[in-house]
Design a protein. Sequence first.
Length: 650
Amino acid sequence: MRMQHWRIVLGAMAMAILPGIAAAQGLRITGRVQGSAGEPTPGAAVALEGIGIGATVGPDGRYTIIVPDARVSGQTVTITARAIGFTALTRRIVLTGSEMTQDFALVSAPLRLSEIVVTGSGTQTTREKLGNVVNTVSGAAIARSASTNLVSALSGKAPNVEVHTQSGEPGASASIRIRGYTTILGTSQPLFIVDGTPIDNSTSPTTSSAGGTVTSNRAADINDDDIASIQILKGSAAAAIYGARAANGVVLITTKSGQAGPTRYSLKSEMNTDQVIKFQALQHQFGQGVNGKAAVCGGLGCNMTSVSYGAPITGAWYDHSKDMLHDGHTYDNDLQISGGDQRTTFFLSAGQTDQNGVVIGPNNYYNRSSVRLKATHALNSNLHIGGNADYVDSRGAYVQRGSNVSGLLLGGYRTPADFNNFPYLDPTFHLQRSYRYPEPTGTSQTVGRGYDNPLFVAYNNGAESELGRFIGNTNVDWAPNTWFALKENFGIDSYSDYRLEALPQSSSGSPTGQVTRNDEFYLGLDNNLLVTLTKHMSGSAEAQLVACAISRATSRRARCTCSTSSTSQPASATTATRRSARPTAPPTIPRRASPGTSPTSWATPTRPACSATSSCAPRMGRRATSRPCTPTPPATRWGRASTAPATATD
């Protein structure tokens, strides 16, 4: 009797619960997707356009889509089935009731793949409907390139897209051109758009473009692991919506988004090694001297010839193409969390990239940290809002390069094979020694060396940068019916870039020392209102009218300060004001010589001071100026000002 009582109670509870479960399930749309021969098409996608709900076809060719009751209001929507190798098929259905059936019979089209692309007007369409060329690069292809610079990762990924990288150093910039040069005075760089927001991709040298140090292009701040796809729009027709600033083409970057379903976690950690595989061929048959006669130093303060055609080398010789290089390493870590439900989705990522270059010493690294949060929410079936926020912190240290007597390779490659660059400091006075000035005097801290010792350059020349950048946008999509759609997007791009470039005393480029402080500030605001009117014709034909209103405001400020000094500094201080905790004392590295020689120990380095006169480099994208930087007044923290010119002789 008691058993029967419980059955009656459970039956009553089931009768009360089942209607609620059925009501919570909403409208159920089922059907079968098959090919022209009746075969199933597993992996095909079926989606309700404008609602953001879809399903994947199973192995038996069937699919099931459940639309929540809150989003069913008797409206007419478009349901589309797509599969690789088939022409997409679209049907119009009315969302009503609790169950519906919609089957699809796709027509084979192996040479026409219906790929969704983003057009220059900010709308989406299939590739075969476009009247211009759009090249798509997947985020997976970008990640496989193992490059810390987004622009460098595009090399070889799309036709008629030319990419040049400044060098192989950490933080080096890269330039991109689509279909060659289009201007004589400009940079021919395309416009970069991230999730509908234009971003700055300028490259501005700190000092001289012929020498100085490398400088990153600003697109390098984007974390490669956050990218879902990149579309390259070529020609003015493809980029018409963005006006004159897109005359050189557009690079449209779409970042990853969250998907409805369980929360997903992804952690990636990888290490890459950079090795120099081709070294400069240098002669090692003759030593320093002229006409077969060896150069002889007459004592402290002697100036040696730069010619390397002296007496034949019979003893140890040194390979100066290798003694300043070693293996570099890049460490990349990325954490991603994404998920959501039918109304709300989110994507959260955190990335850390540490790149140590192939040049020995503490001044050859680039670090980038980034955090991104992207979310969407459907207020109802017709109104969606979203937001995207990305913060980047990048820091780096760089060595002097290029046509520069204080550059790394120029002095290194010119050093005769019989001169040992180790140690780079004289053991008696702890001042720089080089093949042109091998025995410095105790008062030669402000005397140029002709060409700097490359190891002195690697361990003492202070050049650093610190950047904080924020890129974000908010967007609203409203589609009250099938023929009218409104999209509003407001974006911001802002960064502060602080740079310091220093030449210590005794540098050949500035014997009395030089310190240049260059700060850049950028702010870009962009507002884009897009209205689309669509008229559906018979079959899959449609007519579309797009109207837009765009407003943009930018502000760019640069501040350059050059300081000079003729006063030596105590040996205990560092090269310049360093904000990163990097070691300044070099490790014990054996010199590279022929067998039978022993390593030379390092001497304690002195504190080189700053600076001779200098001038501010013209900023790319700004009006150039010929005015010199104003030296800081006397009695600064760097010592008294001096106007002694930098001298160097060959």
